[in-house]
Design a protein around this ligand. Structure first.
Ligand code: TXA
Ligand code: MG
Length: 372
């Protein structure tokens, strides 16, 4: 492993910015997950991102901006006008309602874990958007991400810093474990505070919100702000959604997957019976609880299965913010443990971050392949 993991001091941030300006890629912290950053306008950097992640080029990237980068592009202007000036968004192609909706969303949730999909300007490389007429933009709420973008002086493409389809990294060490043999530098900004990726949202031709990926911003909060409920995009439910997104990794059935087989329990652990589990079970089972105490969970699951159980919980108290923050690290922990297969309690709560946690667990599981 040749990667340098450097603390996010001013010197570390300068080193990262220098690499970025030269068209190289670096691992950076954000409040959601660590990103693999590269200059959004540099074809070579974009190519590196796809190669390093082993990501198919039909999956478009999110482009990240900072407040200082935008205000350099017109301090008195609206955020959409600044996004136009910096070369990303074709604000003129947004209808009146979508313009009002987008401005309200950006004012309420930026900086923060909301990604908006907006009409793109021709300057945005097709590689960044997979040839779509739209571009996904986000302003991370993290001092290090913000400083790197500002110092690089241009929008940065930054997908999660994991190999394609695998668990997203929430610490510098996780990034090193995923990509340490293929990138020069990781800025260490500590553990991510949100822990799941940004919410990806599209405003349709009528300015109505369509959820492309659940994430750090609660869709109900978006619905309340816009005064219209957020619909979930699906190729069947919204064939005419305009502009129709191509397949998104965030929408792909199987994603965020550990190496070991992960299955979802049919319901909360307390009600699970042996008959509902696979007939053949290995000797050592991993158990991931969304809430509650892992010791009693392990005892209960050991009683049901007759196997040795290694249990982890996302939040003893059932706090969804804490659960989201711990999700990917606990999945990695169980993946690295002695457990041979992992069982996870489904997250049935729909409020707050519950929807995003449930979504990630489903996609990490072998049920992901059923298109859940
Ligand atoms: O929290 C995050 O968003 C993290 C951090 C690093 O900022 N980034 C991240 O990027 O999760 P990535 O590349 O792993 O996910 C990008 C998501 C995918 O679901 C992709 O399909 C969607 O955004 N996306 C990007 N551009 C799009 C577009 N033009 N239309 C529809 N979906 C788009
Ligand atoms: Mg990702």
């Amino acid at each position: 492993m040749n990667v340098r993991i450097v603390p996010a001091t001013p010197a570390g941030i300068d080193a990262a910015a220098e690499l970025l300006r030269a068209g190289d890629v670096v691992g950076i912290p954000t409040e959601t997950v660590y990103g693999l950053a590269g200059d959004a306008f540099h074809e070579g950097a974009l190519t590196r991102i796809f190669a390093v992640k082993e990501r198919p080029t039909f999956d478009p990237l999110i482009l990240h901006v900072s407040p200082a980068l935008l205000s350099r592009h017109g301090s008195g202007k609206s955020t959409l006008e600044q996004l136009a000036h910096v070369g990303l968004v074709d604000a003129a192609r947004l209808g009146e309602r979508a313009t009002a909706g987008a401005e309200a969303l950006l004012a309420a949730f930026w900086p923060g874990p909301l990604t908006l999909v907006l009409p793109k300007l021709p300057a945005v490389p097709d590689l960044a958007t997979s040839g779509l007429p739209t571009v996904a933009v986000r302003m991370p709420d993290h001092p290090v991400a913000e400083a790197v973008i500002t110092a690089a002086g241009r929008p940065l493409a930054a997908p999660s810093a994991n190999r394609f389809g695998r668990i997203s990294p929430t610490s510098a060490a996780d990034v090193a474990a995923e990509l340490g043999d293929r990138i020069p530098l990781i800025l260490d900004g500590g553990r991510c505070s949100v822990g799941v990726e940004s919410t990806v949202l599209l405003l349709d031709g009528d300015g109505l919100p369509i959820l492309l990926r659940p994430g750090g911003v609660d869709p109900d909060a978006i619905g309340r702000l816009l005064g219209s409920p957020v619909r979930t995009w699906s190729p069947l439910a919204a064939p005419g959604a305009s502009p129709a997104p191509a397949v998104s990794p965030g929408l792909m059935a199987s994603h965020y997957a550990p190496r070991k087989r992960l299955r979802l329990l049919p319901g909360p652990l307390a009600g699970v019976e042996r008959a509902a589990l696979p007939t053949v079970l290995p000797d050592r089972l991993g158990l991931l609880l969304v809430s509650g105490d892992p010791e009693s969970g392990a005892r209960r699951f050991a009683e049901v299965t007759g196997r040795r159980v290694i249990a982890r919980t996302l939040s003893r108290s059932g706090d969804l913010v804490e659960a989201a923050r711990n999700l990917f690290a606990e999945l990695r922990g169980l993946d690295a443990s002695e457990a041979e297969e992992i069982f996870a309690e489904p997250c049935s709560r729909q409020e707050g971050l519950g929807y995003a946690i449930g979504d990630r667990l489903r996609r990490a599981s072998d049920r992901g392949g059923e298109g859940a």
